[in-house]
Design a protein around this ligand. Structure first.
Ligand code: 2HA
Ligand code: ZN
Length: 274
């Protein structure tokens, strides 16, 4: 028995491989964190190594103090996770104040959690609070078509939500709340973490201009599916704009969006209609 035989660790690794296979994780691009359930922590605990030193995050989130997270490593490649989990991913424990982490398993030989850990942690705090603890996954990737859209469309939640909803009929069902947009910012620090977590109070997904996308969800399937759906819609948008040279002959109209919402029993974010 190894820690990689535990289902949650296996599923986490599978999601890393799936993201790599989609082409969303060039080099060390992207990162994935999962907030572990108490019974998953206990299943993994026999494999814990002597804890590392506490390291401050630069952000504070008291609501998830003491929790444990699976995380990808800073500078590590998604491509390598399945081949060598112990060096590319790890489990960190958050301290009692909610402002520091320490490594309890993995990230071997001096590796550290993802450079975006402050963003992930603040997003976890916000999404857990917004969903009564249901949301456990934060996923950041670099999907090319969505990034391309950030060079063409105004960087507003309204412009991106409408463009994506209109690019595939399933989109309003998959993300009825829409997507937020963070303007271009320096990645890796507290400022972009706070800006993203502000948007995550309202949205399941936040676009980072000229960089990528953050998605949140209750489990790996839903969160990966959200990333996949948004990027597929972005691809269709880019294809349609290219083929039509910027002119669309027809699209999914607002009344069509309302009809989808009614049929599928979802509530669309009304401020993006009309
Ligand atoms: O982990 O994607 O945003 C590398 C990144 C930083
Ligand atoms: Zn990134």
């Amino acid at each position: 028995m190894a820690i990689t035989d535990i289902k949650i660790v296996r599923d986490y690794i599978r999601m890393c491989s799936d993201g790599w296979e989609q082409g969303w994780h060039e080099r060390n691009g992207g990162n994935l964190t999962y907030r572990m359930r108490p019974e998953e922590v206990e299943a993994c605990r026999p494999f814990f190594t002597g804890p590392g030193a506490w390291t401050e995050m630069g952000v504070t989130g008291a609501s998830l103090a003491g929790e444990y997270f699976l995380t990808t490593g800073s500078g590590k490649y998604f491509r390598n996770v399945a081949l060598n989990p112990e060096h590319n991913i790890g489990i960190v424990e958050i301290n009692g104040r909610g402002d520091a982490w320490r490594i309890v398993w993995g990230l071997a030989d001096g590796a550290k959690p993802t450079s975006e850990f402050p963003s992930h942690y603040m997003n976890h705090c916000v999404r857990a609070a917004a969903t009564n603890g249901a949301y456990r996954v934060i996923y950041h990737a670099h999907p090319a078509n969505l990034i391309a859209m950030t060079y063409v469309l105004p960087l507003t939640a309204r412009d991106f939500t409408r463009a994506l909803w209109q690019s595939a009929t399933e989109c309003p069902v998959v993300f009825p709340g829409g997507v937020g947009v963070v303007p271009w910012m320096v990645p890796g620090g507290a400022d972009i973490a706070m800006a993203t977590s502000e948007l995550m109070k309202e949205f399941d997904a936040a676009v980072w201009a000229h960089h990528g996308l953050f998605c949140s969800g209750p489990d790996f399937d839903t969160t990966f599916g959200l990333m996949h759906t948004i990027e597929k819609a972005a691809q269709i948008w880019v294809l349609a704009q290219s083929a039509g040279q910027g002119r669309l002959r027809q699209t999914i109209e607002d009344d069509n969006l309302r009809a989808i919402a009614k049929e599928f029993g979802v509530t669309l974010n009304e401020k993006f209609l009309g």
